[in-house]
Design a protein around this ligand. Sequence first.
Ligand SMILES: [Zn+2]
Length: 75
Amino acid sequence: MVSTLSVRPLVAEDRCDRCGAQAYVRVTMESGLELLFCAHHARTYEPRLREVAVSIEDETQRLSETRASAPLDER
Ligand SMILES: [Zn+2]
């Protein structure tokens, strides 16, 4: 049976550990430590993170969805 992780989705209050922007990627380390990254920094650190992380939850696709439905372009 698949173990049910009590992982909550990332929300607006979750901030990138590097720059403080909204986080879209949660990285869980072997130690259980969680790191949060914005899309930019997740991409920057991805090669290294893949070596050390046990799980990487990438919710950056939500970013493009949000952007696509953002009313900013509607004039
Ligand atoms: Zn960042």
